[in-house]
Design a protein. Structure first.
Length: 286
C-alpha cells in the first residue's frame, strides 16, 4: 500500500509550482550523490560547495550509508516496524522502506520533505510492498504538529517508532528551535522508540567545514542556513532534549566509529574525516 499527501490537499487558489531557479537543499544533496534530478541553479550551488570542500561528496555518501546501516539494525535487531523519516530527500538506492521491508515486509514508513520535486519522485518510486505501507507528507520540519498529526494516519504512535532526522537539523539555524522540535517529536512516541540524528560537525577539518558552509549558505534563504556545530554542543542541547522527552528509563547511544556493531551499540562513520561535514550522529532509546 502506498499513500501520498499534498499537493492534492492544496487549498483553493493555491498553486503547485516547481521552482527550478531557487536552490533547494534536497536537490543540491542529490547532486552530491551523483543524482540526475537537479537543475542549473542546484548544480551551480553544489559545484561551488565542492570547490570549497571536495570531501562533501564523500560525506553525503557516508551519511547515506549510515541510514542504511541504522535502518537495517533497527529493523533486524530491535524489531522496529514504524519509521518516521523527516528530510527524506530525493529517492536514492536503499531507501528507508526498502531496507526495513527487506527485513520485515510489514514495516510502515512515513517520509517527510518540503520539496515538490521530492514529492513527485516519492509518489512514483517510494512504493511499499503489499504487506507494509509507505506515505509521503509534504511538510516542513518546523511544522512538527502537522507532521505528527498526519503521520498518525499511517503509523501507530502507541507502538515504538524510529524517528529519523538525518542531515536535516543543521538547516535549523537556531539550536534552541531545533531542540524544541526534537523534544516535541520524541515526546510523541512511546517507550521503546528510537531517535536517530546525523548532524554537521565542526570537530574535524573546521576550516574546510566553514568554507563549505559559507559557500552553501550564499545560495540559501536565511531561515534555511546550514549551521555546523561541535559534537558536544549538539549533544548537550538537542541530545538533552531527546532524553528529557523520552519516557524513562532512557538509554542513549553515541553513534561513532566504524559500522553498526552487535548488541545495543549503534555506530556510524562520524569519526571519519570525510564525514566531518555531515555526520556526527546520536541515537537515543527508552
Amino acid at each position: 500500500m502506498t499513500e501520498g499527501e499534498s499537493p492534492d490537499s492544496l487549498g483553493p487558489g493555491e498553486v503547485f509550482r516547481l521552482r527550478t531557479e531557487v536552490p533547494h537543499v534536497a536537490r543540491v544533496y542529490d547532486y552530491w550523490l551523483n543524482g540526475k534530478d537537479n537543475f542549473t541553479a542546484f548544480r551551480v550551488a553544489a559545484e561551488e560547495t565542492i570547490a570549497a570542500f571536495p570531501g562533501i561528496r564523500l560525506s553525503a555518501q557516508a551519511n547515506r550509508a549510515f541510514l542504511r546501516r541504522t535502518v537495517r539494525y533497527l529493523a533486524a535487531e530491535e524489531g522496529i516496524r514504524r519509521f518516521l523519516d523527516i528530510g527524506t530527500g530525493l529517492p536514492a538506492a536503499d531507501n528507508t522502506h526498502e531496507v526495513s521491508q527487506a527485513v520485515a515486509p510489514e514495516t510502515r514508513v512515513v517520509y517527510v520533505d518540503n520539496d515538490p520535486l521530492v514529492l513527485a519522485h516519492a509518489r512514483a518510486l517510494l512504493t511499499s510492498g503489499p504487506q507494509g505501507a509507505t506515505a509521503y507528507l509534504d511538510a516542513d520540519l518546523r511544522d512538527t504538529d502537522t507532521i505528527l498529526e498526519r503521520a498518525a494516519r499511517t503509523l501507530d504512535f502507541s507502538r515504538p517508532v524510529a524517528i529519523m532526522l538525518l542531515a536535516i537539523l543543521h538547516y535549523i539555524p537556531d539550536l534552541a528551535e531545533a531542540s524544541q522540535i526534537v523534544a516535541k517529536l520524541v515526546g510523541a512516541v512511546p517507550s521503546g522508540s528510537f531517535f536517530v540524528v546525523s548532524y554537521a560537525g565542526t570537530d574535524l577539518l573546521p576550516a574546510d567545514v566553514l568554507a563549505f558552509e559559507k559557500s552553501l549558505n550564499a545560495h540559501l534563504a536565511a531561515r534555511e542556513h546550514h549551521v555546523a556545530r561541535r559534537h558536544d554542543a549538539v549533544l548537550g542541547h538537542v541530545g538533552r532534549s531527546s532524553q528529557k522527552a523520552l519516557t524513562p528509563p532512557t538509554r542513549a547511544y553515541s553513534l561513532t566509529g566504524g559500522g553498526l556493531g552487535s548488541g545495543r551499540k549503534c555506530r556510524s562513520q562520524g569519526n571519519h574525516p570525510s564525514s566531518s561535514a555531515s555526520c556526527r550522529p546520536r541515537c537515543a532509546r527508552t
